[in-house]
Design a protein around this ligand. Structure first.
Ligand code: SF4
Length: 451
């Protein structure tokens, strides 16, 4: 259950209560899920800010709540449903509170959601801001169409030198376990020139690092005139003065091209870090998942990447307890992790998602205690691997782009996406710092600034 403060000492106020005129609105955006959701929440926040509304600090002092939801796993969906239940209580008490829902909970059958959650005022599909803009228009507030172009970005809130830029929405792949294509629809790329303009605008606002987002960034551009690809986009963005770093995620092992690998190797601004989900280390399971590659093909791809970019850091996703996964097949996943030695592994237990191919065709036959045990085995193995990899940085100097301060410590990331903390009295926000690493753990590094 998410941590939600339902103290209601501060009553949500009614924007229409002052002589019937529209007044400023306090909004609170609750986000769960992937970076794409985070990016879209930041776009929405930037849009509402531009209309003169103000961010609230919690549900209880907002008069508009937007839930940006994720249903990729059952546990995420449970959190969303729990939060909607809590908001129902708040709305009963304060009927003027408006509740909007977006993200992957919202599919094309909104009637069913309206029936289940009658206290929700507006439902709009992920990345489809037309409904939100139409709602604003009905309030009689002048609107900017920039939201549709994705121009509102994460300059909202605490200043950070990093911004997320969605470059392609949706997915055409239909991996058998995945609900994303059913909720986010088919692939739609944003025009290359539009993305370049957005990044130029962000640079003027102080952004120094951009992360390009897509469910499958390797598909970028196939639906655009002239078919530019991700490598072309990286080349264009690299020419922008003031932009220091470029990242992108997520790649698909079946689609990642040698052209892209060469481009990453040749462009100084592109960081040495890739998110390359393997999902399983067994060919039978990969086939049932409909991933479109074998373990050998994945291995060859990693070798090609490491040959061209020796300092690359690799993150991956893996699912345990897929229907029918035997102990032996699970062991194959462990041995792939031991062999490839990823910097980061995101592991999840399989949960059936309605309407997906796996939900229709397979029994969810791995008991949950077995799934948990497998998940913990992978976490344990990865903690040991990451600990060894990170310990090699002990005593070395790394360049960190400083993103903010937490509990009195500055934090930022290396080009290889390692999280680094340091203490210093100066103002390092948005600066590049040289840090001598003094302590390492599987998850982060600590060090001292070298001036
Ligand atoms: S590539 Fe597969 S796992 Fe990723 S979003 Fe598309 S369908 Fe889902």
């Amino acid at each position: 259950m998410p941590k939600i403060e339902l103290e209601t000492k501060i009553k949500p106020y009614n924007r229409y209560s002052r002589e019937g005129k529209s007044i400023m609105l306090r909004y609170f955006i609750w986000t769960i899920g992937c970076q794409m959701n985070k990016a879209e929440s930041q776009q929405i926040a930037g849009y509402l800010d531009s209309l003169g509304h103000q961010a609230a600090t919690s549900f209880s002092n907002a008069d508009l709540v937007i839930l940006n939801t994720c249903v990729v796993r059952q546990s995420a969906e449970n959190k969303v449903i729990g939060t909607l239940g809590l908001l129902k209580g708040l709305k009963n008490k304060y009927p003027h509170l408006q509740i909007f829902v977006t993200g992957c909970l919202v599919d094309s059958d909104t009637q069913e959601l309206k029936r289940r959650f009658p206290h929700v005022d507006l439902l709009f599909k992920p990345g489809d801001f037309q409904e939100l803009i139409a709602w604003e228009q009905k309030q009689g507030i002048s609107i900017e169409q920039k939201l549709l172009r994705g121009v509102y970005n994460n300059t909202h809130g605490a200043p950070s030198p990093c911004a997320y830029i969605p470059i392609i929405q949706g997915c055409d792949n239909f991996c058998s376990y995945c609900i994303v294509p059913y909720r986010r629809g088919r692939e739609v790329s944003r025009p290359l020139g539009e993305i370049v303009c957005e990044v130029e605008e962000l640079i003027e606002q102080g952004i120094r690092e951009v992360t390009l987002l897509g469910q499958n960034v390797d598909s970028y551009g196939h639906d655009l005139p002239g078919h530019p690809d991700l490598a072309d986009l990286l080349n264009e963005l690299s020419n922008i003065d003031g932009l220091a770093r470029i990242r992108f995620l997520t790649n698909h092992p079946k689609d990642m091209s040698l052209k892209l690998i060469d481009t990453i190797a040749s462009l100084d601004k592109v960081c040495e870090h890739l998110e390359l989900p393997v999902q399983a280390g067994d060919d039978g399971i990969l086939k049932a998942m409909r991933r479109g590659y074998t373990v050998e093909r994945y291995r060859e791809l990693v070798h090609a990447i490491r040959r061209k970019i020796p300092q690359i850091s690799l993150s991956t996703d893996i699912i345990v307890g897929f229907p029918g996964e035997t102990e032996e097949q699970f062991e194959h996943s462990l041995s792939v992790l031991r062999e490839i030695r990823f910097d980061v592994v995101h592991v999840a237990a399989y949960s059936p998602r309605p309407r997906t191919i796996a939900w229709r065709e397979y029994q969810d036959d791995i008991p949950s205690d077995v799934k948990k045990e497998r998940l913990h085995k992978i976490e344990g193995l990865q903690a040991a691997v990451a600990s060894e990899i990170n310990s090699q940085l002990q005593g070395r100097q790394v360049e960190v782009l400083v993103e903010g301060k937490k509990k009195g410590k500055w934090f930022g990331r290396t080009r290889s996406n390692k999280l680094v903390f340091f203490e210093d009295a100066g103002n390092w926000l948005g600066q590049s710092a040289r840090i001598q690493i003094e302590k390492t753990s599987p998850w982060s590094l600590r060090g001292e600034v070298k001036k």
